[in-house]
Design a protein around this ligand. Structure first.
Ligand code: AMP
Length: 142
């Protein structure tokens, strides 16, 4: 995946946006969608994506960048509260060389606890009931 690749409308997040793939949603508005990462690097790992077809930061408009950050900014305290996290990591990868694996722009919100190492990137699929419980706690904290 190169930074200059054309947008692939069959990528997994595009399918989630079109409801062709299931997701555990925590928030959505006109321009963004937030859902649980199915291979969380820590419990409470949430992804925020724009609805527009943008592969990475180079193809995302400033308006959509603002929209993603606004949703991230709304959800960060909810994730923090729901997970009782003393730390929060925001991360966003562009291009395979940076570790991006899904070619639709996304922001990671990852709760961090001192001494609790993050799991590897996209390694272990979480229990869906557990993810649904966590999502309900996050939604309740918005
Ligand atoms: P990145 O490597 O930055 O592109 O992040 C992609 C993220 O998407 C990883 O953290 C994966 O665990 C996550 N992921 C992949 N497939 C799905 C899916 N179907 N639903 C939710 N998260 C996913």
């Amino acid at each position: 995946m190169q930074l200059t690749d054309a947008y692939d409308p069959q990528n997994i997040f595009a399918k989630i946006l079109r409801d062709e793939m299931p997701s555990i949603r925590v928030f959505e508005d006109e321009t963004t969608l937030a859902f649980m990462d199915i291979m969380p690097q820590a419990p409470g790992h949430v992804l925020v994506i724009p609805r527009v077809a943008a592969t990475n930061v180079l193809t995302l408009s400033a308006d959509d960048a603002r929209a993603v950050m606004t949703t991230t900014h709304l959800l960060a305290p909810a994730v923090q509260k729901a997970m009782e996290a003393p730390g929060l990591m925001l991360a966003q990868l562009n291009g395979a060389a940076a570790g991006q694996t899904v070619p639709h722009f996304h922001m990671h919100i990852i709760p961090r606890h001192k001494g609790l190492e993050m799991l590897g990137h996209g390694t272990e699929v979480a229990d869906m009931n557990e993810l649904a419980d966590i999502a309900a706690r996050i939604r309740a904290a918005i």
